[in-house]
Design a protein around this ligand. Structure first.
Ligand SMILES: Cc1ncc(COP(=O)(O)O)c(C=O)c1O
Length: 376
């Protein structure tokens, strides 16, 4: 049996007539950049999240950058985040001229270890960017408490967490600003690039709307230099078709995760843990396993594609060498980076494929010693 890591054709087949109609509408109207389809999606997404404003952008990276810039974060400032994320989280901090400060992670949720944040705050710190990794929120309440006490903004990187919840509230709507990516393989994905910022703060929303479109207040009148970070009309139309299906898709991901968990129980593999404060939407299903690279190779021989999220933490990347971090600075993050393995996870994967993947893992890991992850 062949099991791809992600297969978008399942959802695209299901929605084909609606997606084609959406394409046709945009072609007919010629509204290729921003326009009514993008506005419609912004309204629907804000309603879905129960937040005042959603601003559609070109990507999640653009969302993070504009969120920080609108907050006034700039050269000489520091922003606290984590190193076990896609590089875009840190790039957005660098792009506004600030310095990423990496803190270690919680070994169970793999999200920011809030207990380590306070000691990382210096007088230069302006903001904290928790990442809701793999579809699960960071522990936001204690983080917000620290942020408020120090006058720092909280920008949620919810690029992997569409529809996830923290204590009943949607990911992205708890802090000052939430940032989303609609990269095609996300829980809510465009057919191309896409992103959004959400906020309850009208002034931040106004600034972000201007920044995404060259600071333009009216045609050829610019309040300040901005960017071309606009969403395309086609992506707005496609996202409006897909958004009503997001909750069902997330439910399906949760059911698949439960099935994986049931089949892997008692094995050497450490499954993901849903934290009591939230609702996980399993953008990725990531386990810990000993001898990861060998297991990955064996699974490939069984026709099973897997992923690594992420094999080399950002503080050890060449791109961030100038920050001066060394191996050993973030021990939990570094240790799990060598053990994490992302299994196939997408709506339409099916219980049979989960059974096949789980059986292969059990076979391949049988000879390994029990997982030691929890003893970090
Ligand atoms: C955690 C995280 N942050 C930021 C991004 C950047 O989003 P985009 O690829 O839309 O720029 C991604 C997407 O891959 C992500 O997973």
């Amino acid at each position: 049996m062949k099991v791809p890591f992600v297969d978008l054709s399942v959802q695209h087949c299901e929605l084909e007539p609606e997606l084609k109609a959406a394409f046709a509408r945009v072609l007919e109207r010629g509204s290729f950049i921003l326009g009514p389809e993008v506005e419609r999606f912004e309204t629907a997404f804000a309603e879905y999240l129960d937040v005042a404003q959603a601003i559609a952008l070109h990507s999640g990276t653009a969302a993070l950058q504009l969120a920080l810039q609108a907050l006034g974060v700039g050269p000489g400032d520091e922003v606290i985040t984590v190193a076990n994320t896609f590089i875009a989280t840190a790039e957005a901090i660098s792009a506004v001229g600030a310095r990423p400060v990496f803190v270690d992670i919680d070994p169970v949720s793999y999200t920011m270890d809030v207990a380590r944040v306070e000691s990382a705050i210096t007088p230069k710190c302006r903001a904290i960017v928790p990442v809701h990794l793999y579809g699960q929120c960071a522990d936001l309440d204690p983080l917000l408490e620290i942020a408020r006490a120090h006058g720092l903004a909280v920008v949620e990187d919810a690029c992997q967490a569409h529809g996830a919840e923290y204590k009943g509230q949607k990911a992205g709507t708890v802090g000052d600003i939430g940032c989303f990516s609609f990269y095609p393989s996300k829980n809510l994905g465009a057919c191309g690039e896409g992103g959004a910022v959400v906020t309850r703060n009208a002034e931040l929303a106004r600034r972000i709307r201007l920044l995404r479109n060259h600071g333009s207040v009216s045609k050829y009148e610019h309040a300040f230099p901005g960017y071309n970070f606009r969403m395309e009309g086609i992506q707005g139309a496609i996202l409006s078709v897909k958004l009503p299906h997001l909750d069902l898709w997330n439910q399906e991901r949760r059911a698949l995760a439960e099935e994986y968990g049931r089949r892997l129980r008692g094995s050497n593999v450490v499954p993901p843990v849903e934290m009591p404060y939230g609702r996980h939407v399993y953008h990725l299903y990531v386990v810990q396993v000993d001898d990861r690279d060998r297991v990955r190779g064996e699974l490939a021989r069984h026709g099973i594609e897997t992923g690594l999220h992420y094999p080399l933490p950002l503080h050890l990347q060449e791109a961030y060498r100038s920050l001066g971090y060394r191996s050993g600075d973030l021990p939990v993050c570094e240790r799990v980076a060598q053990r994490l393995l992302s299994l196939p996870m997408y709506p339409g994967l099916g219980a049979e494929a989960v059974e096949y993947v789980a059986a292969a893992i059990l076979e391949v890991t049988e000879c390994l010693t029990p997982a030691t992850a929890r003893t970090i």
